[in-house]
Design a protein around this ligand. Structure first.
Ligand SMILES: [Zn+2]
Length: 86
């Protein structure tokens, strides 16, 4: 029938887990002063499977750490440690 095209309902993933206990981001909590672009394991957790950088809302980083992450990821991409896109 016309107009009854089935639309798959995408389940929105919920990132918030109730009440926030910590108000600091994970890098601030660990006392990280510099995010190294060679830490691919750390940086890969901040990327989607398509190679995009997670937003602050998603990753929970503060503005300062998100900037460091951004810089580190862009350096790592240039050094071919991380993909620009998948
Ligand atoms: Zn931070």
């Amino acid at each position: 029938m016309r107009g009854t095209r089935q639309v798959k309902k995408r389940r929105k993933k919920r990132f918030t887990t109730g009440i926030r206990e910590q108000n600091q981001c994970r890098f601030c909590r660990e006392g990280v002063k510099y995010i190294d672009y060679k830490d691919v394991a750390v940086l890969q957790k901040l990327l989607t499977n398509r190679g995009k950088i997670f937003s602050r809302k998603r990753s929970g980083n503060c503005a300062k750490c998100q900037r460091m992450v951004k810089r580190a990821i862009k350096r790592a991409r240039y050094m071919a440690l991380l993909p620009f896109t998948n």
